[in-house]
Design a binder for this molecule. Structure first.
Ligand SMILES: Nc1ncnc2c1ncn2[C@@H]1O[C@H](COP(=O)(O)OP(=O)(O)OP(=O)(O)O)[C@@H](O)[C@H]1O
Length: 372
C-alpha cells in the first residue's frame, strides 16, 4: 500500500486569535494535506467542499474518490492537524468524510461507473468466493454495488446467496424497454447466468450462445446507478472473457490464485490474456486465496500448507499490487454453501481481510483514474 505521505510543506504558521477565520485560511491550511494515493493536495484535487465558519467552529466536507478509501482515517486526522497547526489548535473542527466515486474513463455505460472483473487461471481456487465477498465488502462501505455471475460453466452465485430457484422479473423501464431486474440481497444487485439455466441440465454452450447470453446480462438488465459492478468470470481464458473484455468498458481485473505452482502457472496465462494488446485491461492486483491454515485452537499459528508468498511473487512479476491473503477457513466454505457469505459474519477474521482487499481495489481504481 502506498505509504502515508501527508505533506505539511510550508510552515507559515498563522494564528488567528480574535479575528474571524476566512474560507481562504481554511483552504490554505488544507492545501498542506496531500491525498497519499493521488499525490496532490486536497484543495487542488477539489476534494474540499461546503466550508462553513462560525466563531467557535470550522466545518467542511472532504469528498473522497471512494467510500472504501483505506486512507479515510489518516486523511481526516491530517486535516485536523492542519487546522490546528495553521489556524487555531483550540477551535472545534467538524469534518464530514463523504465520497463521490469517479467513473472509469473507459466507461461509456454512464450508469455503471466501474466494472471490475474477477478472474483466475485455474478452477476451484475461490474466484467466486472472492468475487462475492469483494462485492459485499465494497457494498458495506456504502458504495452502490452489483455482482454479475458470468461463470457459465459453474454459476455459484445462486447457492452462495441462498437464491437457488430464484427467477429475476422482467419489467418495463421509463423509456418502454423490457429489462431484467437484478435480484437484491444483502444490499447488492445480483444476476447470475444460473438464474436462467436448469442446474440439473448441463448446457452445451457454444461460442455465439455464450456471447449473446453474457451480453444480455449486461445490456438487458436494469442495473440502475452503480459505483461498482463486480463480474465473476469462468476460470481460464475463453469466449466469456473475450466477449466481456472486448464488448464492455472494463475498469480493471482482479486475479485470484492459490499458492500452488499449478494455480500460479495458470494465473500467469490468465493475466497474459488481459495484458494482450487487443484486450488491454488494467491489472488491479492479485489475491492469494487459501494462503494459509489457522486451526481454531491455535489462532496465532499460520500453516502455509500450499507454499508461501506465491501470490505475492506473481504480483511482483507483473508489477501489480498484491491485494492480500485470505486464509483457508472452514467457515468460508460453510458460509458459501449456506447462502450467507462470510462477509455477512463480521466476527469472522476473513471478513476483515475482504474489507481490506476491497479498500485496495477501490484505491487502485481511483489511482488509475487520476493517472488517466
Ligand atoms: N479461503 C477459503 N477457505 C475455505 N474454503 C474456501 C475458501 N475459498 C473458497 N473456498 C471453498 O472452495 C470451493 C471453491 O470455491 P469457489 O467456488 O469460490 O471457486 P472458483 O474458483 O470460483 O471455482 P470455479 O472453478 O467452479 O469457478 C467452495 O466450496 C468454497 O466455499
Amino acid at each position: 500500500m502506498t505509504s502515508l505521505c501527508l505533506a505539511f510543506r510550508s510552515f507559515a504558521l498563522q494564528t488567528v486569535i480574535g479575528a474571524m477565520i476566512t474560507k481562504e485560511q481554511v483552504l490554505h491550511a488544507l492545501s498542506h494535506v496531500d491525498d497519499p494515493d493521488l499525490k496532490k493536495d486536497l484543495v487542488t484535487l477539489n476534494m474540499i467542499k461546503n466550508v462553513e465558519i462560525t466563531p467557535s467552529k470550522i466545518r467542511f466536507d472532504v469528498v473522497l474518490t471512494t467510500p472504501a478509501c483505506p486512507m479515510k482515517g489518516p486523511i481526516e486526522h491530517a486535516c485536523r492537524n492542519a487546522i490546528a497547526l495553521f489556524i487555531d489548535k483550540d477551535i472545534a473542527v467538524e469534518i464530514n468524510m463523504t465520497s463521490h466515486v469517479i467513473g472509469s474513463k473507459r466507461s461509456q455505460l454512464s450508469n455503471i461507473k466501474n466494472i471490475i472483473l474477477v478472474a483466475s487461471g485455474k478452477g476451484g481456487v475461490g474466484k467466486s468466493t472472492v468475487a462475492a465477498n469483494l462485492a459485499l465488502a465494497l457494498g458495506a462501505t456504502g458504495a452502490r454495488t452489483g455482482l454479475l455471475d458470468a461463470d457459465i460453466y459453474g454459476p455459484s452465485l445462486p447457492i452462495m446467496f441462498g437464491l437457488e430457484g430464484a427467477h429475476p422479473r422482467a419489467s418495463k423501464t421509463a423509456d418502454g424497454k423490457t429489462k431484467i431486474e437484478p435480484i437484491e440481497k444483502y444490499g447488492l444487485k445480483l444476476l447470475s447466468i444460473g438464474f436462467f439455466t436448469d442446474p440439473n441440465q448441463p448446457v452445451p454452450w457454444r461460442g455465439p450462445m455464450v456471447s449473446t447470453a453474457v451480453k444480455q446480462l449486461f445490456n438487458d438488465a436494469d442495473w440502475g446507478e452503480l459505483d461498482y459492478l463486480v463480474v465473476d468470470l469462468p476460470p481460464g481464458t475463453g469466449d466469456v472473457h473475450i466477449t466481456v473484455a472486448q464488448g464492455f468498458p472494463i475498469a480493471g481485473a482482479v486475479i485470484v490464485t492459490t499458492p500452488q505452482n499449478v494455480a500460479l502457472a495458470d494465473a500467469v496465462r490468465g493475466i497474459g490474456m488481459f495484458l494482450m494488446d487487443t484486450i488491454n485491461i488494467p491489472l488491479l492486483g492479485v489475491v492469494e486465496n487459501m494462503a494459509y491454515f489457522t486451526p481454531a485452537e491455535l489462532s496465532n499459528h499460520k500453516y502455509y500448507i500450499f507454499g508461501k508468498d506465491g501470490g505475492k511473487r506473481l504480483a511482483e512479476r507483473f508489477n501489480a499490487p498484491f491485494l492480500g491473503e485470505i486464509p483457508l477457513v472452514k467457515g468460508i466454505s460453510d458460509s458459501g454453501d449456506n447462502g450467507l457469505p462470510v462477509m455477512m459474519d463480521e466476527d469472522n477474521p476473513a471478513a476483515a481481510a475482504f474489507l481490506d482487499i476491497a479498500g485496495k481495489v477501490a484505491q487502485q481504481l481511483a489511482i488509475a483514474q487520476a493517472v488517466g
